[in-house]
Design a protein around this ligand. Structure first.
Ligand SMILES: [Zn+2]
Ligand SMILES: [Zn+2]
Length: 281
């Protein structure tokens, strides 16, 4: 792995949540849901073969210079039967924890009827409309694809991550899959800012004072909030009105798993919305 945060695998998440449960007696239902999801993703990850990147060093350099992700739109290859089975397991899990979502109960019944298509997965990957089946909202279908595609994309990330030239990339989107960041961290050694991909968990180096969503560098419209104590920061941009949650690893003592930090900081999301900012989907 590149960056500071190690062991960002689904199995590590399961282990950490098991340990939390042991220590605290029980887990809130959101974390129980997430643990079950991570179990499915870990199992699928183990079934996957290493993808063949098929890139020469020269091609990687060229793509980096051109700002083209290594697995650009149209290049995401997946084992459809396995992805379909994964999405079925996850649809059942969504139905079991339907009370965590804001969707109508009937939607979950529909979702478990096998409504995912390869075209919908491709549309999701390329950021085009999904045209969901009747009775299913686009948002819920997106959540399902996001969860089901994760182990497939993480597999690409694990294989290709080391070939990214961090000094050269520095773009607002993921060098592997082109996804948006939804979290960032300041590294423990020198406080450099790394962004984390919402889709594949790839980490990449980025400017400290620049908005990854609109490339704004005007310091008058960029700022961040910190809590009284603790390692979290909320970066906001008044140009595009998006926000980014950040953890300063120089202020953490224990091992940090970024995918879990997304869930541990839901209060910061609420705060950001109160201030008038929205996440970049
Ligand atoms: Zn990515
Ligand atoms: Zn912005």
């Amino acid at each position: 792995m590149v960056g500071e945060v190690r062991g960002m695998t689904s199995s590590a998440i399961v282990e950490k949540l098991d340990a939390m449960e042991k220590e605290e007696g029980s887990l809130p239902s959101l974390l129980q849901f997430y643990r079950e999801l991570a179990r499915i993703q870990a199992r699928v990850g183990q079934e996957l073969k290493k993808p063949d990147p098929g890139f020469s060093g020269e091609e990687i350099l060229q793509r980096t210079n051109e700002g083209k992700p290594l697995v650009a739109g149209g290049e995401f290859r997946f084992d459809w039967p396995l992805l379909q089975r994964t999405s079925q397991d996850i649809a059942n899990l969504f139905r079991k924890y339907a009370n965590l979502f804001n969707n109508a109960p009937e939607e979950f019944d529909r979702l478990t009827e096998g409504v995912l298509t390869p075209d919908a997965v491709k549309a999701w990957y390329e950021g085009t409309p999904l045209s969901p089946a009747d009775g299913i909202s686009e948002a819920l279908l997106r959540d399902l694809i996001h969860a089901a595609a994760k182990p497939f994309l993480a597999n690409y990330s694990e294989t290709l991550n080391a070939s990214i030239d961090q000094g050269r990339w520095r773009r607002g989107y993921c060098p592997i899959c082109g996804g948006n960041p939804d979290f960032s961290f300041l590294s423990r050694d020198n406080g450099a800012r790394w962004l984390v991909c919402s889709r594949c968990d790839t980490e990449w180096l980025f400017q400290r004072l620049k908005c990854p969503y609109c490339s704004n560098t005007d310091q008058k419209t960029l700022s961040y909030y910190t809590g009284e104590e603790g390692p979290y920061r909320l970066y906001v941009c008044d140009n595009c009105k998006h926000y980014l949650k950040t953890i300063d690893l120089r202020n953490t003592k224990t091992e940090v798993l970024i995918p879990l930090e997304r869930l541990f900081t839901l209060e910061i999301d609420a705060q950001a919305r109160d201030y008038g900012y929205s996440p970049c989907e």
